[in-house]
Design a binder for this molecule. Structure first.
Ligand code: TYC
Length: 120
């Protein structure tokens, strides 16, 4: 037995077809919703600690997140006071890269600065 799966339009077997007046059976077209799902976004978070110098954090924010000095200083102070702040929102790949860059840079300078990501 051969089962052929056709592409649209689909005529449903064993169902009454519409009479559209031209003597042929009407085609039943099943419309599918065009779904272009946007990729999920990820927040990159910077965490406070007691040892990383403030100037180092400001430098990290300027260097890896393209912030101005004033912006970077403000975010650094938010992390210092509140414990954590979102420093950017990116695709999974970009977020992973940013986290890696920050963690690597901090480790190379022997600072305990922590950077993580989480799904938005
Ligand atoms: N709390 C640090 C200090 O007093 C500064 C700091 C800010 C560290 C932000 C990490 O993500 C951080 N030196």
């Amino acid at each position: 037995m051969t089962i052929t799966i056709t592409e649209m339009p689909i005529r449903l077997a064993n169902t009454p077809s519409f009479d559209d007046g031209d003597g042929s059976d009407a085609d039943v077209v099943v419309q599918t919703k065009p779904k272009t799902k946007r990729p999920p976004l990820y927040k990159v978070l910077l965490l406070n600690d007691d040892y990383t110098p403030m100037e180092f954090v400001v430098h990290v924010l300027e260097r890896f997140f393209g912030m101005s000095h004033a912006q970077a200083f403000e975010i650094m102070l938010t992390v210092h006071k509140k414990g954590v702040a979102v420093v950017g929102v990116f695709s999974h790949e970009i977020a992973e890269t940013k986290v890696g860059q920050v963690m690597d840079f901090a480790r190379r300078h022997q600072h305990p600065l922590q950077c993580t990501m989480e799904k938005e």
